[in-house]
Design a protein around this ligand. Structure first.
Ligand code: ASP
Length: 323
């Protein structure tokens, strides 16, 4: 009888422990490759996008699976997309009105709210790595242009010629858009990643070339902590893509975190509120990816498509482009 009571007690404890522990063991990563007007992608190009998104997703997930940090997972996934000419980040970034690439990026550690950001970068192959360097090796949060690049060189970063970023596809786009219209256009392809690791730490990162034909010196939301990127272990991690000026004005990423923190909203409620209500009220285009401290994720967008992918330890694993 006594034995039975002990056994029942043990089973009960195991059950309780599992329930309490549920959520802390969950880990995962969500990525995006930009939101925008995406339609009639040729089958071959669609395949290329999906395969590159999967590669980035898998690489980030592998780091999390082996016990690595969410910061490392986010950095790795973004590096893969920055190096691909498919996306508007690193190689393949859009060109400003003068015809060259100016890159912005930011990263945030939800564990201690440390953050790093760079803007107006012209010669650093992987701007997200420089954003991380600013976070880890400087007392600052944000550095721009020449000063940021000199800081990179001092820390052993390699410089690339500004022509490295220019692809034939972007050049053709630039010439066409310059000729037919003089307004800004969000050419989809900004990249971002958010992750939750086995230690319960959240991280977010975003990297972009900004908007096609943007004014020389223009900075969008991607390197602005609280607008394009935010992470807080108490709430969630967010990376945004879309018409940056509106994301800055609305403080999109921090707003999502605040709705969870102060209004007790779920991740889905918070992201839906900001993307489908607040952003929509301004008729602004875009979307976000987000993951919360429990491993719930959201990927809302109000455009025709958003390159995106998610892989969570509970078995969810998908890469999508359209709604
Ligand atoms: N949000 C980026 C910017 O405004 C562009 C984009 O995501 O398409 O710079």
């Amino acid at each position: 009888m006594k034995r039975l009571a002990i056994l029942t007690g043990m089973i009960f404890c195991c059950f309780i422990f599992n329930v309490v522990n549920y959520g802390q063991d969950k880990f995962g990563i969500v990525i995006h490759g930009g939101a925008g007007v995406i339609k009639d992608l040729p089958a071959e190009l669609e395949k290329q996008y999906k395969s590159k998104l999967s590669e980035a997703l898998e690489a980030g997930y592998k780091i999390l699976e082996s016990g690595g940090s969410s910061l490392d997972a986010v950095t790795k996934a973004i590096n893969i997309m920055e190096d691909s000419p498919l996306f508007n980040a690193g190689k393949g970034a859009v060109l400003n009105d003068l015809g060259f690439a100016e890159l912005d990026a930011s990263i945030m550690d939800g564990h201690n709210l440390r953050a790093g950001a760079v803007a107006g970068i012209r010669h650093i192959k992987n701007p997200i790595n420089l954003a991380r360097l600013v976070m880890e090796k400087s007392p600052h949060v944000m550095m721009i242009g020449q000063g940021a690049e000199e800081f990179a060189i001092k820390n052993g970063f390699e410089m690339v010629d500004s022509t490295y970023f220019i692809t034939e596809r972007r050049l053709e786009q630039y010439i066409r858009m310059k000729k037919f219209r003089d307004s800004l256009e969000a050419v989809k392809g900004t990249v971002g990643a958010v992750a939750l690791d086995k230690n319960g730490n959240l991280a977010a990162g975003t990297s972009t070339g900004g908007m096609m034909l943007k004014k020389f010196g223009r900075v969008g939301d991607s390197p602005i902590i609280g607008a394009g990127t935010y992470a807080n272990n108490n709430t969630c991690a967010v990376s945004a893509t879309g018409h940056g000026e509106f994301f800055i004005r609305l403080g999109v990423a921090k707003d999502i975190s605040d709705l969870i923190e102060y209004k007790n909203m779920s991740l889905i409620e918070a992201t839906d509120t900001v993307i489908y209500k607040k952003l929509a009220a301004f008729k602004a285009d875009g979307g976000v990816i987000a993951i919360d401290k429990y491993g719930n994720y959201a990927m809302p967008f109000n455009t025709s498509g958003m390159f995106r992918g998610v892989k969570i330890s509970n078995g969810i694993n998908e890469v999508k482009i359209y709604k």
